[in-house]
Design a binder for this molecule. Structure first.
Ligand code: G6P
Length: 467
């Protein structure tokens, strides 16, 4: 039964993908924690999801999918280029990730960002009724909260930023900093992955948007905004169910044999799983592994690196450059250190399906999560839970600059992802770590991840928003 106060989710991506099934086009629920976490709240309230279907042009008419009203927003080819590839992913993305690439500031990208945000705000307003709750997601839609409040003052509006909110000195570079802050300040709650993100946001608002107040509560034009950390998590039960199934256990065993080659059981499997994105630190990770082999501390007889790189944002120049660089480096390492039947780096440029991914996690002795900056990083949390009930535990090597380090710092081996020598030394430690220490650390990690799942996260945010 739909209750009176509905939840409307507004996110750049819809929770469904267009797929071909038996020669016919159909909608299929997208994999991923966010969608499964929000689904119960949406179905319970007869709620809606406003988003972009992923291809340019006229959007399909609204439809219902698994009890959720889906309202696709049209984004033209020009808007995809300027709003999505441009302002979202070549201005904001690098700026918010510590400027690990130079953000590009172009006025010709700003106005399409404003226009598309207005289209989303109008679509949300068309779905919402007074008293409803609207939850806006991520950096692509930071203007939506204020735009929506102007059209509909009587809805509760939440905003959650999935990526880091940068420190004041970096955010200050943005020519449209005031507009972006004013956009988010239209929300009742602005949620971030870490307390530092919430503090950075408050500091920026006080400096550039005439807000007053504390790190956690801001006053702006007579409106109160709570600025708070809500660290996101994973669907623990779903991961557990998959990794304890016979299919995944058998597949993990098969992968172990394949990767460990002729010396089964002797080679330690080091694994990286990332979108092919320059914030993930893939190239420095590869250089550190190369350094490890160069030093002769380890050889392809006792370790192997498996890197899964999921294609992403390929129309953005920096992403194409990264791909070429990573592939050159992989070739160089294999050329230099590989042996017959024992490849140094197994590189997979593809999206693994869920069960296959779980089998990769389960097979890996060491998980390398070394982003240069990351809002949270759910791969780290998934890996930990994927080791449920597994005799051979595993070691998590984790960047200090991932949001997940706040929660997992106790059990993980923390690294500075820019430090090639330090990373190589940590890889060495992880390969030679005594089993009892691996187990002890994994115990700590499992306890830390199990404190909160993605349902708890969504519940916590919505409770705060509705109270
Ligand atoms: C990050 C962002 C999301 C985004 C995802 C995939 O996780 O926080 O908002 O959807 O990357 O990127 P894409 O550009 O393909 O949507």
């Amino acid at each position: 039964m739909a209750s009176k106060n509905r939840l409307i989710v507004v996110a750049n991506r819809l929770p469904v993908n267009r797929v071909k099934k038996k020669g016919r086009l159909a909608w299929e629920t997208s994999p991923g924690g966010l969608v499964s976490a929000l689904k119960p709240f949406l179905t319970e309230t007869g709620g809606s999801w406003v988003g972009w279907g992923g291809s340019p042009g006229k959007a399909p008419t609204p439809f219902t999918h698994e009890n959720i009203q889906i309202r696709p927003v049209s984004v033209t080819a020009e808007q995809v280029e300027k709003f999505y590839a441009g302002f979202s992913n070549a201005t904001l993305w690098p700026l918010y990730h510590d400027c690990v690439r130079t953000p590009q500031f172009h006025r010709r990208w700003w106005w399409p960002y404003v226009d598309v945000n207005r289209q989303f705000a109008e679509a949300a307003a068309a779905e919402a009724k007074p008293g409803d709750t609207v939850w806006v997601h991520d950096y692509q839609l930071q203007l939506v909260p204020a735009m929506l409040r102007e059209i509909m003052p009587d809805v509760r509006i939440g905003f959650f930023l999935h990526i880091p909110f940068p420190p004041l000195e970096l955010f200050a570079q943005l020519p449209w900093r005031r507009e972006i802050l004013t956009g988010i300040l239209g929300a009742d709650i602005a949620g971030f992955q870490t307390p530092q993100g919430a503090r950075n946001f408050s500091a920026a608002c006080k400096r550039y948007a005439e807000a007053s107040g504390t790190d956690t509560k801001l006053e702006h034009r007579g409106h109160t905004v709570v600025s708070k950390a809500f660290p996101i998590s994973i669907d623990i039960e779903n991961v557990e169910q998959a990794v304890t199934s016979k299919e995944v256990i058998d597949r993990a065993e098969e992968l172990r044999k394949d990767f460990a080659s002729k010396r089964a059981g002797e080679r330690k499997i080091l694994l990286g799983v990332d979108r092919l994105d320059y914030t993930k630190g893939i190239e420095i990770r590869l250089r550190a592994y190369e350094e490890l082999l160069r030093r002769g501390a380890h050889t392809v007889d006792d370790c192997v690196l498996v890197q899964v790189a999921v294609p992403s944002r390929e129309t953005v120049g920096e992403y194409a450059e990264l791909r070429a660089f990573v592939e050159r480096l992989t070739g160089r390492i294999n050329g230099e250190y590989g042996q017959a039947g024992r490849t140094a780096v197994h590189y997979f440029r593809r999206n693994l399906d869920y069960k296959e991914l779980m089998a990769f996690y389960r097979a890996a002795d060491v998980m390398l999560v070394t982003p240069l900056r990351d809002g949270m990083n759910l791969v780290a949390k998934e890996y930990v839970i994927a080791k449920t009930g597994e005799e051979r535990a595993g070691t998590l090597v984790l960047s200090e600059f991932a949001g997940a380090a706040n929660e997992l710092g106790g059990g993980a081996l923390l690294v500075n992802p820019h430090d090639v020598d330090g990373l190589a030394a940590t890889m060495d430690v992880s390969i030679t770590m005594p089993e009892s220490e691996v187990q002890r650390r994994m115990g700590l990690l499992q306890r830390a991840v199990r404190k909160n799942d993605v349902y708890g996260w969504a519940h916590g945010f919505l409770e705060a928003l509705r109270s």
